[in-house]
Design a protein around this ligand. Structure first.
Ligand code: ZN
Length: 216
């Protein structure tokens, strides 16, 4: 383990680092002589860097970490919910997903679509909620990069694919969506609950933005 002014690098970690539009896990790090809040985890050159608030353990110490599970579970629910919503939106309207952002409280999806029809969007959300309720399994496995690149639809946001990884992680929501993806998900869509749209913005021309949360 290495340590700096307000960060540590661990040889292994459960913390999901910030990336792919998702915020990182937060939690607690305990060590001989104290504990600190882990306020962010991010990819550094040699591993996952944990940024701390509070005392920093000495380099080489043993630490024990715990992730704020309540926050992480919401992140997982929002993330799986977003995959189902985006897949349905693409299938129904031919929209192009251009970006996404997920924090613990809500998610944002950006998409490109000629037609800005609020009623259609409401209908898409309603149908997505029905699919979530159906209880589709979420499966995670690994596949060679070449094979992924040669399968249409598997890379949703091309710029997001890590450049030098020969084996990619695949997230398949049975019967709904399959794509290369690095983030945490729930095991079944029934865990997501229901999607509730908090804001739908028309950003002019073809750019649209939807904010949503999941209930309960
Ligand atoms: Zn994802």
């Amino acid at each position: 383990m290495e340590a700096g002014d307000e960060w540590v690098l661990l040889d292994q970690t459960y913390f999901h680092p910030r990336g792919g539009g998702l915020v990182s896990d937060v939690g607690i790090m305990k060590f001989a002589g104290g504990e600190a809040k882990v306020v962010e985890a991010s990819f550094g050159e040699s591993g996952v860097v944990h940024r701390l608030e509070g005392p920093v353990p000495a380099a080489g110490s043993f630490v024990e970490c715990s992730i704020d599970w309540e926050k992480r579970y919401r992140l997982m629910r929002l993330h799986t919910g977003l995959h189902v919503l985006a897949a349905h939106m693409v299938q129904k309207t031919g929209a192009l997903i251009t970006g996404n952002n997920i924090s613990f409280d809500n998610a944002r999806v950006d998409f490109s679509l000629e037609n800005f029809d609020r009623t259609l969007m409401e209908q898409i959300v309603q149908e997505t909620n029905k699919k979530l309720e159906e209880g589709h399994a979420v499966k995670i496995y690994y596949m060679e990069r070449e094979k992924v690149l040669n399968t249409p639809g598997m890379v949703k946001l091309a710029g997001r694919l890590p450049p030098d990884i020969p084996i990619l992680r695949i997230v398949e929501i049975e019967g709904i969506d399959i794509q290369a993806d690095g983030g945490p998900h729930v095991h079944n869509t029934s865990e997501v609950g229901q999607i509730f749209v908090s804001k739908l913005e028309n950003k002019g021309k073809t750019n649209r933005r939807m904010y949503f949360t999941v209930t309960p």
